[in-house]
Design a protein. Structure first.
Length: 329
């Protein structure tokens, strides 16, 4: 068993996950904490969650054995440009007992590395938001979308939720009978499926229910669309098809039509057994029939692999990746 260890962290808005492994590919520790994205939570809170996850992952490990680490983080460039934020992360790293350096990468690269060891390829992520990135030499080379809920993220969970509410409002305006999806959306937002004697009152109640919350919370309606689409509901099925087209279009902005490098799908909407995942896989296979299609795996383990591959002891990073992710060549 290799004495040298590496650690990796996958930091998101809702959770922080850490993994410790040796250079033989054995996973020796794992940790989990709350959301640690400094953009959404602030650097001090993010660093506290980082420390919690690290301490859990290193509970039975001598941290001086760790030779390198990688942090995968949405908005990595903002952290690197913020001296106070970087200092907070440095303190957390030191407080965990680590004395080795660490590297910060964007979460899109970590998601890509959790799906393939190939140096070049494309990653498409759809969860609350949506982003596509082209990878060259295991570095982010070009990015499409990821513009946030106001200006982009087409095909994301937010996009699906907003589209479902818009359809509900249009039906209410026109006096149409609500279908299964719009009825479910109305119930989720207002707590009732009853339409007022004046439909405009129901419209106003719906709008108020949405505007009282942060806009991005519309993403919580995406599962309603997925469930309805899985049951064959026509409106939901059409929204899923439109979302898949948007996501595939974002890939086409930065990926040549004749590309044969891997495509990795990540994010909650594309890694599970969801109608959107099925639709996107079909679209990607139709547009790039020669490209291997991979599904993102454990981001914290992928971050640790990115750290390991830089060490001189690791002479075959692809072989190590295959041991860590045996189903994602």
């Amino acid at each position: 068993m290799s004495h040298t260890l590496v650690v990796g962290l996958d930091i998101g808005g809702t959770s922080t996950r850490a993994a410790a492994l040796n250079l033989s590919g054995e996973r020796l520790g794992a940790g989990r904490a709350g959301g640690g994205n400094p953009t959404s939570h602030g650097a001090e809170r993010a660093a506290a969650e980082l420390l919690t996850a690290l301490r859990e992952a290193l509970a039975d490990i001598d941290p001086t054995r760790v030779a390198a680490g990688t942090i995968g983080l949405a908005g990595a460039a903002r952290l690197l440009a913020d001296p106070a934020g970087r200092a907070a992360f440095d303190r957390a790293w030191h407080d965990a007992g680590l004395r080795c350096p660490y590297t910060v990468y964007g979460d899109a690269l970590v998601a890509y590395a959790s799906g393939t060891a190939a140096a070049d390829g494309t990653v498409l992520i759809a969860g609350t938001g949506a982003i596509t990135a082209r990878v060259r030499d295991l570095r982010l080379d070009r990015i499409a979308d990821g513009h946030g809920w106001l200006l982009g993220d087409a095909g994301s969970g937010f996009w699906l939720g907003r589209a479902a509410v818009r359809r509900l409002l249009a039906d209410l305006d026109a006096g149409h009978t609500l279908g299964p999806l719009t009825t479910a959306v109305l119930a989720e937002l207002t707590g009732s499926t009853d339409i007022a004697a004046r439909p405009r009152d129901t419209v106003d109640a719906t709008v108020q229910a949405v505007t009282r919350r942060p806009p991005v919370e519309l993403a919580r309606l995406a599962p309603l669309v997925s469930t309805a689409a899985a049951e064959g509901e026509p409106v939901a099925t059409a929204l899923i098809a439109e979302a898949a087209a948007h996501l595939t279009e974002s890939v086409s902005r930065i990926r040549p039509a004749d590309a044969v490098t891997p495509v990795v799908l990540g994010g909650g909407l594309l890694t599970g057994d969801t109608p959107l995942a099925t639709a996107v896989r079909a679209e990607v296979s139709r547009n790039w029939p020669q490209a291997p299609l991979r599904i993102a795996g454990d981001g914290a383990v992928a971050a640790a692999w990115l750290a390991a591959r830089e060490l001189p002891e690791v002479t075959d990073p692809a072989a190590l990746h295959a041991r860590l992710f045996p189903t994602t060549p």
